[in-house]
Structure formats: C-alpha cells, structure tokens
Design a protein around this ligand. Structure first.
Ligand code: NAD
Length: 496
C-alpha cells in the first residue's frame, strides 16, 4: 500500500480528498498520493494561520522565535539522511548532491536565521522638523504569508519560504509543488516537534491550477511569496493586484558565465560545469550560457569535454553517480523540443554525453553542448532548465558584457578572470541580482538574492530577505516642547 501525503492544518495531517499520484523520476515508481486540496480546505488552512498569527506575534519576540528555529535546525540535522533520501527519490537529484549540498545548505540557512542579529524589530529616530519628539520605526509582520514553491529544490525552497517569514513574526500557508512535496511535509511536521504553535505553518498540497490558484485568490492572506516560472509569476502578480496583496517573485533565469583568456582555466572549467550540470541544469540560476574569449574557446571546451567524459551516469540513488535525473516528464520534453528547434535554426550539438546504467523507467537527459547559435534565438533567451550549455565566443570586454545582458532575465552571472579589477568592473555592468567572480552557485544565507528584469521582484535571504516579510510602522511620540504643533494646529484652529 502506497503512502498518502495529506495536508497539515493546525498540526494535524488530513488525508481526505481527491488523490494525485507522486512518482519518482529515478525509476518511474509510484511513491504515493497527495491531496489536490479544494478551495474550502485552502481557506481553512489560511484561517488556521490567521488564528495562530494573532496569538504568536503578540506572545513572541525575535529571540524566542530564534530559539525555536534553532531547535528545528537540530531536529532536521538529526534526520539529515532521511531528508536526503526523500529529496533524491522525489526529485531524481543525485544522493550525493542531496547529502552534501541541498540538505546541509538548507540546515545552515535555518541556523543563519536562528543566529542573525541583523534583523531588529524596531529602531528609534528623531524628527528634525519637531525637536523634542521621538519616533519608533517598526518592522511589523505582514500577517499570513501564502508561500508557493517550485519542484526543483523542494527542501531549500521550503526553508526559504517558511523560516524568514516566521522569524519576522508571520504565519505561513505553504503549497509545495505537487510533484515534489515530501521534504516540505517532513519540515512542517518537524516545525511542530520543535515547539512552534499548531497552525502557525500549515501545508496544503495540490496543483497550481487548482490549489495554488485558490491560495492566491483568497482575500484572507496578506502577502504572496512565490518562486517558480516567469509566466506563472506574472499571473500571480496580476491576481495579487486584484486584492492589493504584497508579492515577492523569484523567477527564472538564463544566466551567463563569462570566461576571459587570463582565467585559471582548470578552475574555470570545473566552475562552468558545476554552474550548468549541477541538478542536471534544473536550477533557477543554472549558467546555461558560456561566453568565452575566442582565443581560448577550443582549449577551454576540450577541458569541459574531458570532465564530462569522466562523468558517471547511473542510478542517482547510488553515491558514485554524477548525473541527476530530470524531475518531471514535461521538462524532458521541453528540453528536447528546444534543442530540435535550435538545430533546425542552424545550432550545432557538438557534444552529447553517452548515458548508461540508469533505471529503465526513469527520466534522464544527457549533458549537451551546443554552438553556432544566432543572436535572438529561442535557446539564448528562454530558460531551458536542463543539462544544456550553449557557447558564444567573444573578442572584447564590451562584447562579452553585451552578450551577457542580452536576455530578458537577470538572476545570476559568473565572471572568470585573474584580473580582479577587470572582473569587478564587468560585474558592475551585469544586470543580475548575483554575480560571482571566479566561483559559481556558492550560496550564502547572509547575502540577499533575487532577480533583475524578468527574474523577479524582491529578495530572499540576508537582512533584505527578512524585511520582505515586514511592513513599516512609524509611531510618533508627541511632545510640544518646541511649540511646533501649536503653530501647525493654528493653521486650522485660529487663536481659540
Ligand atoms: P511553476 O511556475 O510551474 O510552478 C511553481 C509553483 O507555482 C508550483 O507550486 C505550482 O504548483 C504553482 N502554480 C502553478 N500555476 C499556478 C497558478 N495558476 N496559481 C498559483 N500557483 C500556481 O514553476 P516550476 O516548473 O514548479 O519551477 C521551475 C521554475 O522555478 C523555473 O522557472 C525556475 O527558474 C524557477 N525557480 C526560481 C528560483 C529563484 O529563486 N529565482 C528558485 C527555484 C526555481
């Protein structure tokens, strides 16, 4: 009998309702079923969050919330192997990646929020116009945050969508992707074990079209925190406008890696491979465009091919497998169609890794390198979200910057050069929320991340990421020492 993964409302798992299959991309096996939550269930979850918010915000402060967050980090740490296994089984990412990256990075991010002292509830100001008066500026919570997460990094995204809003004093209703709910569910159960009040974080499962839509259409939420594709993000923003809800959007990318001829080419080759082939290219900031100085293009590509030849394909649940599965069948189809179109338009697939040893019914796509792309082609501008790297040679620094910025997205970029001054100069010209110099994909919980252009609005992580979940309240402590209010009031109330 396969498991049913229910909704978690008021600390209780509910398993009634329409069922949807959850399958593993590793081998196509049935993992279990989730509930496709109805509008009534969604509204009940939101109300549970609202009831909990009213009590939690008043009865807790930042320090007491941080104690609970720290307890949660300890609990997740204890269960790290279970989390890694669930994450890999559900997404097809290699067990090595889950064990040594996704889960420990997420735990370190939980700990950052447990420990940071950058976020303060309030600060004092003086009002230069009114000597003797004082003001307090508060970072008040939004209330009930509707968090919506994608399928590609389910655990880390659940952490980002739950912990910062809770630290800021909010309650949360989270909807994970209906393809990959397992680790988010485990996290919400552990949140209860850590001692957070029931109902503070509720989880509802279901598809975006039904459950996700009910969540963002509700007038009983105060904010939407969305991570997903740019097209869905645009629709979410339109719905948020209808009810005047604050919205943050973490969307897609088409990130470039620029390699100058003076870079440490061995280190750069590893970084470029890590940038695009980690998680089989299914990361929002995957660096799918390689912009490489023409004089070193062939030498550099040979280094990349050398690494790819040594990659081991196989079952992602084996520790020595290097290549992750593609998480959902629709995604593999999208990758195939985009490559076909690129080839028809004159692009050349000059490398495709020979793959073997994977389970028969799993979903896989080989690491692929493409050149000969014309400017403005679909593969240069649209997110491919797969293990596909397109190559663009350049001759001058200006040309490299122009190629890098020639996209509607602006999430991340990498620059590889031993000339740190030049790298810094180029970084400041790149329209992206994160620019790495001589590294890629190294996330820090202290550093705000998010998109320029169509990669999104708002930031996650760091102080800026926490402040997104707040609204500013100014409290004015009056005192007519200066006589200024007498002057002001007399404008309306003449010498009475
Ligand atoms: P998606 O937009 O299809 O879905 C994201 C979430 O939105 C899912 O939970 C889905 O069920 C829900 N959803 C879909 N339609 C909805 C609707 N009409 N109303 C409400 N909710 C709806 O994205 P995806 O395919 O799950 O994820 C991949 C995308 O996420 C990629 O574009 C990737 O770049 C992006 N992403 C961005 C970041 C970032 O931080 N910028 C991080 C991870 C993933």
């Amino acid at each position: 009998m396969n498991s049913i993964y229910g909704n978690i409302i008021n600390g209780v798992e509910e398993k009634e309702g329409e069922k949807l299959e959850v399958r593993s991309p590793v081998d196509g096996s049935l993992i279990g079923y989730i509930i496709n939550s109805s509008r009534e269930t969604v509204e009940r979850a939101i109300q549970a969050s609202r009831n909990a918010f009213d009590k939690f915000y008043i009865s807790s402060d930042i320090k007491s919330r941080q104690k609970l967050i720290e307890k949660l980090a300890d609990i997740v740490q204890e269960k790290a192997d279970l989390y890694s296994e669930l994450e890999s089984k559900n997404t097809g990412k290699t067990i090595r990646q889950s064990t040594f990256m996704d889960i420990p990075v997420a735990i370190s991010h939980i700990r950052y929020f447990a420990e940071t002292n950058e976020f303060q509830f309030q600060r004092k100001i003086t009002h230069p116009e009114y000597p003797g008066t004082e003001g307090i500026i508060q970072n008040a919570p939004m209330g009930v945050v509707a968090s919506i997460a994608p399928w590609n990094v389910p655990f880390l995204m659940a952490v980002w969508k739950i912990i910062p809003p809770v630290l800021a004093g909010n309650a949360v209703v989270i909807k994970p992707s209906h393809y990959t709910p397992l680790t988010a569910m485990e996290l919400v159960k552990d949140i209860k074990t850590a001692g957070f009040p029931d109902g503070l974080v509720n989880l509802i499962n279901g598809t975006g079209k039904s459950t996700g839509n009910y969540l963002i259409e509700s007038d009983n939420i105060d904010m939407i925190s969305f991570t997903g594709s740019t097209s869905t993000g645009s629709m979410v923003m339109q719905k948020a406008a209808k009810n005047i809800k604050k919205v943050t959007l973490e969307l897609g990318g088409k990130s470039p890696n620029i390699v100058f001829s003076d870079a440490d080419l061995d280190h750069a080759a590893k970084g470029i491979i890590f940038g695009i082939f980690l998680n089989s290219g299914q990361l929002c900031e995957s660096a799918s465009r390689l912009i490489v100085e023409e004089s070193i293009t062939q030498t550099f590509l040979s280094k990349i091919e050398g690494h790819l030849n040594a990659f081991k394909s196989g079952n992602p649940m084996d520790f020595d497998t290097d290549i992750s599965a593609i998480t959902i069948p629709e995604q593999r189809e999208k990758i195939e169609v985009m490559i076909e179109k690129t080839v028809r338009a004159g692009g050349k697939v000059f490398y495709s890794k020979k793959m073997e040893g994977m389970p028969d019914k799993g979903i896989y796509f080989p690491p692929t390198l493409i050149s000969g792309i014309k400017a403005g082609s679909e593969i240069s501008d649209e997110e491919i979200f797969g293990p596909v790297l397109t190559v663009y040679p350049f001759r001058t620094e200006e040309e490299a910057i122009s190629l890098a910025n020639d996209t509607k997205y602006g999430l991340a970029a990498g620059i590889w050069s031993s000339d740190v001054k030049r790298a810094g100069r180029v970084a400041s010209m790149i329209n992206a929320g994160t620019v790495w110099i001589n590294e890629y994909h190294l996330l820090s919980a202290a550093a705000p991340r998010g998109g320029f252009k169509k990669s999104g609005i708002g930031r996650e992580l760091g102080l800026e990421g926490i402040l997104e979940y707040t609204q500013t309240r100014h409290i004015f402590y009056g005192n007519n020492e200066s006589g200024m209010s007498d002057v002001a009031y007399s404008i309306l109330i003449k010498s009475q």
